[in-house]
Design a protein. Sequence first.
Length: 179
Amino acid sequence: VTDAAMEKVFEARSGEEDSEGLGLRVQIIGTNGPEFSYDLSFEVVNEAPESDHVYQIGDLTVLVPNESYENLNGATLDLPSNPMQGGLVIRNPNRPNLLDGEDLELNGTISEKLQQLLDRHINPSLAAHGGFAELTKMEGTAAHILMGGGCQGCAMSAATLRQGIEVMIAEAIPEITEI
């Protein structure tokens, strides 16, 4: 928790009833593409489940549910980089496993496997935002991918490619060494 975020948390907590007995619960509640979704709330510290990981950071008690602990390890609670944006942000080096629970049965050549991965697993997610990813060519173990549709001009397209698509390809088709 950065000093600036700590100040913002204390400011918000001061408006709560019995604020001194409240800790900040930080938990992962799902995924949103290549990122986790989070919930921040105040909770009475003495009523927290025994399975929670409890941290004392200065005068702030932070509560992390056991099921969120591993994926929050190394994360930082901070203010947004853009001062016009309100609230808090979590800068988390961890990413969800986008293929977890997926039935990956890819077969054929490397390019055929990649096309199957794009068609079945990657493009349905991108289509929800009006975008798509297309294999334009393979050069040995290097795949050339074009992102289009809603991905054109989208500020998140580079992050989607690097933290989403590349990670999925590396997990599903380790023979591909460059994208």
